[in-house]
Design a protein around this ligand. Structure first.
Ligand code: PGA
Length: 249
């Protein structure tokens, strides 16, 4: 049985002191032994956030990493640095990074392998634009993002990866995919993982939905057979996040 993961993506929000205050505000609201919870915080918030969640059920994630081990890459952060700071999860391939910072499927593949090499849990994002959906390209595009992203990743490693399906048209727009639309894609991702690897890997891998998930729609989305959690942006910065974590109560 796959354990649900409720991951907050704070994006470029909250200073270090604000991060500590938000973690304290949410502390009692995000307790739920039945799910995994993480906050993917801005890089500069990682160290105080790791300190602030000590003794709670919350893990800290990063929003990016660089795929080289170390060296002359001004401004970048390595997997080793994230591990040493106490990070458990790391997002890669978010549509904002693909769109604004030119992150390619090949970059994402290198980041995925580097994260796995260091024992970080990758949250690999994929998703289509509205135009691509209207053209009927959704499933083929996402299969292609996953095919390249997982190139050279073994079945054993793939089991520990988290895939986040995030339709670009639903991110930060208040327009959520219907539970049927989200399930259709998440189920196809699982089917594709079975084709790339095997049934056991497909059964174990966790697939999240992200895109305007909130306290009102989380329970319905999370009830779908192939949706194993959520990647939550806007609503992760509010008390609503507690309701999402406790969607099953
Ligand atoms: P949103 O963001 O919940 O604000 O739509 C989700 C994400 O980008 O991960």
């Amino acid at each position: 049985m796959r354990r649900k993961l409720i991951a907050g993506n704070w994006k470029m929000n909250k200073t270090p002191s604000e991060a500590v205050a938000l973690i304290a505000d949410l502390k009692d609201l995000v307790c739920n032994d039945e799910v995994d919870v993480c906050y993917c915080v801005p890089a500069i918030d990682i160290i105080p956030a790791v300190e602030a969640v000590k003794g709670t059920n919350v893990a800290i994630g990063a929003q990016n990493l660089y795929f080289e081990e170390k060296g002359a890459y001004t401004g970048e952060i390595s997997a080793e640095m994230l591990c040493d700071a106490g990070v458990r999860y790391v997002i890669m391939g978010h549509s904002e990074r693909r769109g604004y910072f030119g992150e390619t499927d090949e970059d994402i593949n290198k980041k995925l392998k580097k994260a796995l090499e260091h024992g970080l849990i990758p949250i690999m994002c994929c998703g289509e634009s509205l135009e691509q959906r209207q053209q009927g390209l959704t499933l083929s595009l996402i299969r292609e993002q996953i095919r390249i992203g997982f190139d050279g990743v073994s079945a054993e490693q793939a089991k520990g990866v988290v895939i986040a399906y995030e339709p670009i048209w639903a991110i930060g727009t208040g327009v959520t995919a219907t539970s049927e639309q989200a399930e259709e894609v998440c189920a196809d991702i699982r089917k594709y993982i079975a084709e790339l690897y095997d049934a056991e890997t497909a059964e174990e891998i966790r697939i999240l939905y992200g895109g305007s998930m909130n306290a009102g729609n989380a329970a319905e989305l999370l009830a779908m057979a192939d949706i194993d959690g959520g990647l939550i942006g806007g609503a992760s910065l509010k008390k609503d996040f507690g309701s999402i974590v406790n969607y099953n109560k």
